[in-house]
Ligand binder design. Structure first.
Ligand code: SF4
Length: 793
C-alpha cells in the first residue's frame, strides 16, 4: 500500500495525498465503509428537487445556476448533455430538466478550475490514486496540457504546438490505420461531421464510438430485422399507448424525464410492465418533482407488473410470452395474431413459428427464472393491448446474445402488428445526448458505400473503404501494437471500456494518447508515451467564432434534431470548441503530409460559421434537406422514420422474423452471473457523489448486491469484504474488496457498479454481430477477501 501524507486544501480541509507509485488504472479502495440505508420507496419528489438545487447552486452559484437551468432543454436553449430523452414538441414548461440533468450542467458549468498550477502540484501517479469522484471534483481544465515522454507531470502547451505534435506523430505512422479516433456521445453533429471527414481524409475508418458499447446491439438487431436501426416511436406515441413495456432499463436514474411520460400515460389508464433482474424505485412509484403539491403522499404507482427475470433471462421470457400468444390464437383463431400485418409486411413467419413450438417450457422457465403464471400474466397484458411500446436500454444490449434479445422483441411485436401505427413501436432509449446523432453524422467504423460516395463527391477525395476497428477491436489492436495513436473526442475511454487492466496496457503501448475533454478523468492518467489533454467548450458556454456566436445541433433518441446554444462565458479564455479543435488538427496534419496536400477543405471558413458545416451535412446525409432553415424552427425537426409508414428497408422490403436458440446459463457450483449498473449519483463514468439512494447505498460504490438466500448458502455476511473473480476461457480476472449487500435480486445473480466492475469484463467477451461488451452477464465466483489492508486492484 502506498504511503499517504495529509495536507490542507485551499478551503482548509485535510486531504489524503498518497505517495507516488505508477499510475493506477482502477479507482482506489474507498477509505470509508459504504452504509446500507433504507431504500427510497418513491422516485422524484422533494429529494430530487433538493438534490438538483444543491448540485446546481453549490457548483454554479445561485443566480448563475438558476439562469442556466432555466435554459436547459428549452427551444433554442441548451441541450442537456446527459441522456437523449426528447423534449415535448409543443409547449415546454420552464423546468424541462430532471435531477440528473441539473447534476450534468452543474458539473460542466462548475466554477472550480483545474489550472496549470494544479497539474504542477500533482504528478500523474498521485492523481491516479485519487477516486474518480475526486478527479471530477477538481473542476474544468483551463489550458491544453502535455505529458512529455519520461515526465510524470502534465505541463502547459500552446494550441499550435499541440496540433504540430499530434500531426508529427500521425504523419510518422506506417499506415493511417495505425491511428484510432474515438468519439463520445456528447459531441455535436457539427463536430462529429468534421471529425469523421478529417479522419477519412487522413485515410482510415477507425472511428469507434460509445455506441459500440451501448446500443450497437439495438441498431444491429433492428437493421437486420426491419431495415432501420433507430427507435420507431415519437414522444406523442406515449400519449396513445395502452401498455408500455420497460425492459432492461432503469429510467429513474438513467433517463429520468421518461418517468414524466410514464406518469402521464399512467394517469390516463395506460399499463406499465417492468422487466428487470432488480426492482428499481423509479418504476415502482414516482412523484413529479415539479408537482410540489404531491410531495406529501406516496406518489403514483407506475409499474402494474414487475417481472423479476434472471440476469440474461430475457430471450427465455420473450419466447414464453410468444408461446402464450400462439396459445391464445389457437383458442381464439384470427383474433390474436395480426395476420394482415404478418402476411403483408413480413417474411419467415412459418419457420419462426415452428422453431418456437420446439422450445420446451421447462427450459424457458429455468432460464427466465420466473413462474409460468407470471409469463401468462405478462402475455395477457400484451395480448389485451391494441397499442404497445417496448422500451429498453443496456440491460438488453450488453450480453453475448444481445442482438437476439432485440430481435425477439421485434418478433413479439410483429405477431400483433405493433410496428408502424400510432401509440406502438420500438424505443431503444439512448443514454448520451448525441450518441445517435454522431452515428447519423458518419461516426462509424463500418460506413455504408452510399455514405462514403457522397462524402467523397462533396469534398473531392476518395474515402477509405476498408472497415475500421470498433471499440473492443481498437483496444485489442492497441494491445497488439497494430494501433499506435489513440485520439478521443470526449469521454473517459479507460473507465467506459471493459477489461480495465488490459485496456490500460493497450493505452500504455501507444506512442501518443490525446483526449479532448472538459474535466479530469482516469483516462488522462493511463497514457501512451506522450499524452495531451485538449480542453474544450461545454454545451452551456458561448461558442464565438468569426461570424459571431454559433449554435450546434444534436439528435435525440426519437430522431429529433434541435439546436443547442450556450450562454455562459467559457470556463477559460484558452478553451476551443470541438469543431475548432478538429479544424486545427486537420490543418496541422494536412499541411505537413504530402499525400494529403490536395485535400481541399477550407477549414477556417467552416469554423467561422457553422451554417457552412450544416450545408455540407445537408448534401451528404439523407434527411437533412434545408438543414439550416428547418433546425432554426423552435423545436427543430424530425428525421425520416420509414417504419412509421411500414416501409421496411431490408433487401427484400419485408420485415423478418428471426430464430434464436435459447441462451444457456452454464454456471458451475458457486458461480454467479454478474451484471454491472450505474448508481444514482453517476452519469456514465462521471461520478457526482457516493450515494445511490434508490438502492439504499450511502457513501460508497465498491459493493456487490446478492440475494440473501445465496448469502446464507455461501456464508457471506452483510458488509463482509469479498473478492470477485471472473471466469472466461480459462482466464481469471479479480476485483478486490467489495462489500456484500443483501438485495432483491434473483438467486445466482450479482450486481456491481461500473466502472469498478469493468475489470471483470473480458475484452473478448462481447455480443455476437454487434461486438458490444457483454458487461451485463459476466460469470464470477466470490470469495472472502484475504488481506484486509490490501488496496483495490
Ligand atoms: S432526462 Fe436526460 S436529457 Fe432530460 S434533463 Fe434528465 S438527464 Fe437531461
Amino acid at each position: 500500500m502506498a504511503e499517504t501524507t495529509r495536507e490542507s486544501t485551499e478551503s482548509g480541509s485535510l486531504i489524503e495525498r498518497p505517495g507516488s507509485t505508477s499510475p493506477q488504472a482502477q479507482p482506489p479502495e474507498e477509505p470509508t465503509r459504504p452504509e446500507v440505508k433504507p431504500i427510497s420507496k418513491v422516485a422524484g419528489g422533494m429529494p430530487a428537487a433538493i438534490t438538483a438545487a444543491k448540485h446546481a447552486f453549490s457548483e454554479m452559484g445561485v443566480m448563475r445556476g438558476t439562469r442556466t437551468l432555466l435554459q436547459l432543454n428549452q427551444k433554442q436553449g441548451v441541450d442537456c448533455p446527459g441522456c437523449a430523452w426528447p423534449e415535448p414538441d409543443g409547449e415546454r414548461s420552464h423546468f424541462e430538466f430532471c435531477e440528473e440533468g441539473a447534476k450534468h450542467v452543474a458539473d460542466e458549468a462548475t466554477t472550480k478550475r483545474a489550472t496549470p498550477e494544479f497539474f504542477k502540484q500533482w504528478n500523474v501517479a498521485e492523481l491516479s490514486q485519487q477516486s474518480d469522484y475526486w478527479l471530477n471534483q477538481q473542476g474544468r481544465i483551463t489550458h491544453p496540457m502535455v505529458l512529455r515522454e519520461g515526465s510524470d507531470h502534465y505541463e502547459v502547451i500552446d494550441w499550435s504546438e499541440a496540433f504540430r505534435l499530434i500531426a508529427r506523430v500521425l504523419n510518422s505512422l506506417a499506415s493511417p490505420d495505425e491511428a484510432v479516433f474515438y468519439t463520445s456521445g456528447r459531441t455535436s453533429n457539427e463536430a462529429a461531421f468534421l471529425y469523421q471527414l478529417f479522419v477519412r481524409q487522413f485515410g482510415t475508418n477507425n472511428l469507434p464510438d460509445c455506441s459500440n458499447m451501448c446500443h450497437e446491439s439495438s441498431g444491429t438487431g433492428m437493421k437486420e430485422a426491419i431495415g432501420f436501426g433507430k427507435g420507431t416511436v415519437a414522444l406523442e406515441d406515449f400519449d396513445l399507448a395502452d401498455t408500455i413495456f420497460v425492459i432492461g432499463q432503469n429510467p429513474g436514474t438513467n433517463h429520468p424525464r421518461m418517468l414524466t411520460s410514464l406518469l402521464h400515460a399512467k394517469r390516463r389508464g395506460c399499463k406499465i410492465v417492468h422487466i428487470n433482474p432488480l426492482p428499481e424505485t423509479g418504476l415502482a412509484r414516482f412523484k413529479h418533482p415539479q408537482e410540489f403539491w404531491t410531495w406529501i403522499g406516496s406518489g403514483t404507482k407506475l409499474a402494474d407488473l414487475f417481472v423479476q427475470v434472471r440476469v440474461n433471462g430475457d430471450v427465455a421470457l420473450l419466447k414464453g410470452i410468444m408461446k402464450e400468444v400462439f396459445d391464445a390464437e389457437e383458442r381464439l383463431p384470427g383474433q390474436v395474431l395480426d395476420h394482415e400485418f404478418i402476411d403483408t409486411y413480413t417474411r419467415g413467419f412459418e419457420e419462426f413459428k415452428e422453431a418456437l413450438r420446439a422450445v420446451h417450457w421447462g427450459d424457458i422457465l429455468e432460464q427466465a427464472g420466473v413462474t409460468k403464471v407470471t409469463i401468462e400474466d405478462t402475455a395477457r397484458i400484451f395480448i389485451e393491448s391494441e397499442h404497445v411500446i417496448f422500451c429498453w436500454a443496456m440491460g438488453l444490449t450488453q450480453h453475448k446474445n444481445a442482438v437476439a434479445n432485440i430481435q425477439e422483441i421485434v418478433n413479439l411485436m410483429m405477431l400483433r402488428g405493433q410496428l408502424g401505427k400510432p401509440g406502438a413501436g420500438l424505443c431503444p432509449v439512448r443514454g448520451h445526448s448525441n450518441v445517435q446523432g454522431d452515428r447519423t453524422m458518419g461516426i462509424w467504423e463500418k460506413p455504408s458505400e452510399e455514405f462514403l460516395d457522397k462524402l467523397g463527391n462533396e469534398f473531392g477525395f476518395e474515402p477509405p473503404r476498408r472497415h475500421g476497428y470498433d471499440t473492443v477491436h481498437a483496444i485489442q489492436a492497441m494491445h497488439e501494437g497494430k494501433a499506435k495513436v489513440f485520439f478521443a473526442m470526449g469521454g473517459n475511454f479507460l473507465s467506459a471500456t471493459p477489461d480495465t487492466e488490459y485496456t490500460a496496457d493497450a493505452l500504455r503501448r501507444c506512442r501518443l494518447t490525446v483526449h479532448v475533454s472538459t474535466k479530469l478523468n482516469r483516462a488522462h492518467l493511463i497514457t501512451g508515451k506522450q499524452a495531451l489533454i485538449l480542453p474544450c467548450l461545454g454545451r452551456t458556454e458561448v461558442d464565438k467564432q468569426a461570424a459571431g456566436p454559433q449554435f450546434v445541433t444534436t439528435e435525440n433518441s426519437m430522431a429529433v434534431v434541435e439546436t443547442s446554444q450556450g450562454k455562459l462565458a467559457p470556463a477559460a479564455p484558452q478553451l476551443m470548441s470541438e469543431p475548432a479543435i478538429v479544424a486545427g488538427l486537420a490543418k496541422a496534419v494536412c499541411s505537413t503530409n504530402l499525400s494529403l496536400s490536395d485535400m481541399k477543405v477550407d477549414w477556417d471558413r467552416l469554423i467561422a460559421n457553422y451554417d457552412r458545416i450544416r450545408t455540407h451535412i445537408e448534401h451528404v446525409v439523407p434527411g437533412f434537406e434545408n438543414y439550416n432553415e428547418r433546425v432554426r424552427q423552435p423545436g427543430g425537426f424530425y428525421l425520416p422514420n420509414p417504419i412509421r409508414k411500414r416501409e421496411f428497408k431490408t433487401k427484400d422490403g419485408r420485415a423478418h422474423f428471426t430464430v434464436h436458440p435459447l441462451p444457456q446459463r452454464e454456471l458451475e457450483p458457486g458461480q454467479f452471473l454478474m451484471t454491472t449498473m450505474r448508481s444514482h449519483d453517476q452519469f456514465n463514468t462521471t461520478i457526482y457523489g457516493l450515494d445511490d439512494r434508490y438502492r439504499g447505498i450511502r457513501n460508497g460504490r465498491r459493493v456487490v448486491f446478492l440475494n440473501s438466500d445465496d448469502m446464507r448458502c455461501f456464508q457471506f455476511a452483510e458488509n463482509q469484504l469479498v473478492d470477485l473473480i471472473s471466469h472466461f476461457d480459462g482466464e481469471e480476472r479479480i476485483a478486490h474488496r467489495f462489500r456484500v449487500v443483501p438485495y432483491s435480486i434473483p438467486r445466482g445473480c450479482a450486481a456491481t457498479y461500473f466502472p469498478e466492475g469493468n475489470v471483470l469484463v473480458p475484452v473478448r467477451y462481447f455480443a455476437d454481430k454487434s461486438h458490444t461488451p457483454a458487461s451485463k452477464s459476466v460469470v464470477i465466483s466470490i470469495r472472502p477477501s484475504k488481506n484486509s489492508r490490501r488496496r483495490a486492484g
